[in-house]
Ligand binder design. Structure first.
Ligand code: HEM
Length: 275
């Protein structure tokens, strides 16, 4: 019985091959097979329906909206500055992880690790410069993005919440840049962070020289500057703290806020319209 059925289906396939050609039969059988269908849950024809299904049925592509307004992908509207900022964040994350393989966050090794990158590690200079220039570019791009959002009035309701999320992202980007500056443990970074953290003395309430600091009993040994440096001077503890904020704390905060930022763009009806 089973044999008859098998023979029957083989004869059927041979007949189909005779009628439609081997290529068409193989293509048809592949596209209708259970394995193919479990991976690709939509047809191949170029229709609005399959285009939409392609996007919403794929884990990665569904992060994009299935439909966008006609002006939204125009370079002259967004300058792609938000996208470029995000791209640079990804480049910095990847190159940053590679840099972590060669860097020890302590006063004895940090500077020589950077020199080692330049002279001993294959493509080390390229890796370091991708990270350094990427960081400079990200700071520039995020400012341009903010400027574009302002000029197109995209901060207005319903996008005012996303503007505030953006402000947090801007501050975090600047803090990433600032904490990274200390890590090479060179003169430039050392004095920049000395000056920068000295300003923290004047923080209202939390700095020992700031307004109302004395009301909370702030001294040079318990104020916000002390917390940032892990001491009263820029030294080994400050380097370690900068490293942990730079490599773990701040990237986690930025990633969380980026998820909210992108989700809000979708919820606010996609990229804003022309003025
Ligand atoms: C790490 C920093 C940031 C990243 C990666 C980022 C990314 C993006 C992306 C990809 C878009 C889509 C449209 C576009 O590319 O212009 C966007 C839109 C938007 N961003 Fe940002 N952004 C960042 C910081 C900011 C800042 C600093 C602000 C403002 C203070 C801001 C406010 C907004 C607003 C309001 C929108 C919606 C714009 C519209 O609908 O036209 N973002 N962001």
């Amino acid at each position: 019985m089973g044999n008859k059925k098998e023979k029957g289906s083989i004869l059927k396939i041979l007949r189909l091959i005779r009628e439609h050609g081997v290529v068409n039969v193989v293509k048809d059988m592949t596209l209708n097979s259970q394995v193919w269908r479990s991976f690709f849950r939509h047809g191949l024809e170029d229709t609005p329906k399959t285009r939409m299904e392609t996007i919403i049925n794929n884990s990665f592509l569904h992060l994009h909206p299935a439909k966008v307004k006609r002006h939204a992908p125009l370079f002259r509207f967004t300058w792609c500055m938000g996208g470029i900022t995000f791209f640079l964040f990804l480049v910095l994350t990847i190159t940053g992880v590679f840099l972590m393989f060669y860097y020890h966050p302590n006063v004895r090794d940090a500077y020589w690790d950077m020199k080692g990158l330049e002279y001993h590690v294959p493509f080390g200079t390229l890796l370091r410069n991708l990270h350094r220039w990427g960081a400079h570019l990200m700071v520039i791009a995020v400012w341009f993005h903010m400027f574009r959002v302002f000029m197109t009035g995209s901060y207005k309701p319903p996008r005012e919440f996303n503007w505030v999320i953006g402000v947090v992202l801007l501050v975090m980007t600047l803090l990433l840049s600032f904490t990274g500056y200390l890590l090479p443990w060179d003169q430039l970074g050392f004095w920049a962070v000395t000056v920068g953290t000295n300003m923290a003395r004047a923080t209202p309430l939390l700095g020992h020289e700031g307004p109302f600091g004395n009301l909370l009993g702030m001294t040079a040994y318990n104020d916000i500057r002390f917390a940032l440096l892990g001491g009263s001077l820029v030294g080994g503890n400050a380097l370690l703290r900068a490293y942990i904020w730079h490599c773990i704390g701040l990237p986690m905060i930025v990633s969380t806020f980026l998820i909210v930022h992108f989700w809000r763009i979708r919820k606010d009806g996609g990229i804003s319209g022309k003025l």
